[in-house]
Design a protein around this ligand. Structure first.
Ligand code: G6P
Length: 467
């Protein structure tokens, strides 16, 4: 029952649940996205209890801006038409080039970061963009409503909103890992303190789930240690895979067709090592390829016997560092194919365009799933593969992925920086006994679906209500 918690729930995130493109004839095409928040929020009002929801998000492109101007938005969604230059500075300049780097430890510190006048200018844009959200939420929220602010794009919103509306219950959910203690102080003092100030609820409490291990539990100390506001409570809510949706979707015709095509490209009797990622700097795709190359170099028995299916979808292509990273991925895959490929065997099948049905087909046929991020908040791919897998799949999983806390026991753990150890882990995964692999996959799937999106969302509401 949602109404036990609040009559109105607001979600605030940079990217919203719908995006618009302008067709040539001038009409607008609306596309709804998926993901945990969309399914989670669908629970609100479902019981006929009169609870309502509103999603506040930013207009991201020309289509979105046009939709706002025409007042064409969908019910339950309010898009903010923030000045495009301000948004670009806040999103590309601060959120993706600074906060993402701090939380994922991506800086090469001998040279970067260098917080100069340009940074200060972009930070002012980040404040303006956060202020637009806080103002819109303060205007829309009913008395006592719950507001769930999402991610590093909107770090300043809880504090700003608390000042405008002390009556609201405010949560901030980080989908990324939280910067370790020594990292947040990289930021200039005034900014580090502001970025850490979260106002989750009132009073202490917020005890994380004791079932979770040290990695996630450590978050509490890191957040509070970083100078969060008095009265901040920290909880851990590990989003699980949406089993019902994934199982149904992965049996559809388009996925079956992809299965046939992929099997043909892999070749009869060969094993597969599968990875599916957005090409984010944190995903460690390059070291994954280096490990695969090491496997072929050190263990020639695998040549001609295994194919690495690597789907690396474009992400944040406005940033040169992301474009360069994608180019490195492509280059290395080509090198491996040139070095080891034969007339009837291509060692790496790399695809750089996004196709959900093709990803599900790869999940279904994977003998090994490689998930080796240098750091990751959760990593849903690690959770989705075991749920969808046809015949069981060995999971090679980075110790630095949030999902490791829940899946570590039945995965093969790797240090994401250790290419040699990752190559050994791939070998171990490839030779795992099929019976053991199937049993582990069953346990992985159970752990991966322990907190499906609706429960994940309602749990957060309950935690906020109990503060
Ligand atoms: C990743 C992160 C999320 C984040 C999202 C933003 O998936 O795990 O924490 O919200 O990126 O992606 P975007 O494409 O909007 O920059």
């Amino acid at each position: 029952m949602v109404s036990e918690h609040a009559a109105q729930v607001l979600v605030a995130s940079n990217r919203g649940p719908v995006s618009y493109t302008l067709r040539e004839d001038g009409s607008l095409d609306a596309r709804r996205g998926g993901g945990g928040l969309v399914s989670g929020l669908s629970a609100i009002g479902r019981d006929g209890d009169g609870a309502s929801s509103l999603w506040v998000c930013a207009a991201l492109g020309d289509g979105d801006r046009e939709a706002v101007r025409r007042g064409a938005g969908e019910p339950g969604v309010r898009m903010l038409d923030i000045d495009a230059g301000v948004h670009a500075d806040a999103y590309n300049g601060i959120a993706n080039s600074v906060l993402w780097f701090v939380h994922h430890m991506l800086y090469q510190t001998p040279l970067e970061p260098a917080f100069d006048a340009e940074f200060r200018r972009q930070w002012a844009a980040y404040e303006t963009y956060n202020r637009a959200f806080a103002d819109a939420l303060a205007a829309e929220a009913a008395p006592g409503a719950v507001v769930m602010v999402q991610d590093y794009h909107l770090c300043l919103v809880p504090g700003m909103l608390r000042e405008l509306r002390p009556d609201l219950r405010i949560g901030h959910f980080s989908h990324t890992p939280w910067a370790r203690r020594r990292l947040l102080p990289l930021l200039p003092d005034d900014i580090g303190a502001a970025a850490a100030a979260r106002t989750a609820g009132r009073g202490p409490g917020g005890v994380p789930d004791p079932a979770l291990g040290g990695h996630l539990r450590g978050v509490r100390g890191d957040v509070l240690g970083a100078g969060a506001l008095e009265g901040t409570a920290v909880g851990v809510h590990g989003l699980g895979a949406d089993a019902d949706f994934l199982r149904a979707r992965s049996q559809r015709q388009d996925v079956e067709e992809w299965l046939v095509r992929l099997r043909e490209r892999v070749g009869a009797g060969r094993r597969t090592v599968v990875r599916v990622d957005r090409t984010e700097l944190s995903k460690n795709i390059v070291r994954g390829l280096l490990a695969y190359r090491r496997l072929l170099t050190d263990r020639p028995e695998w040549r001609g016997q295994v194919v690495h299916i690597a789907f690396a979808y474009p992400s944040r292509q406005d940033l040169a560092v992301y474009r360069d990273y994608m180019a490195s991925v492509r280059r290395l895959a080509e090198e491996i194919n040139a070095e080891y490929g034969t007339d009837d065997w291509q060692p790496v099948l790399l695809e750089l365009d996004d196709d959900f049905a093709r990803s599900l087909a790869a999940y279904r046929m994977a003998d090994v799933a490689l998930v080796n991020p240098v750091r990751d908040g959760m990593n849903l791919v690690a959770k989705e593969v075991p749920v969808v897998s046809d015949e069981g799949c060995a999971l090679v999983l980075s110790r630095e992925a949030g999902a490791y806390e829940e899946l570590g026991e039945d995965a093969i753990a790797v240090n994401p920086y250790d290419v040699m150890a990752t190559a050994d882990a791939l070998h171990e995964a490839l030779v795992m006994d099929p019976q053991e692999r199937a049993e582990r996959t069953k346990r992985l799937a159970a752990a991966a679906t322990a907190l499906p999106p609706t429960a994940w969302f309602l749990d957060q509401l309950a935690a906020l209500a109990s503060e």
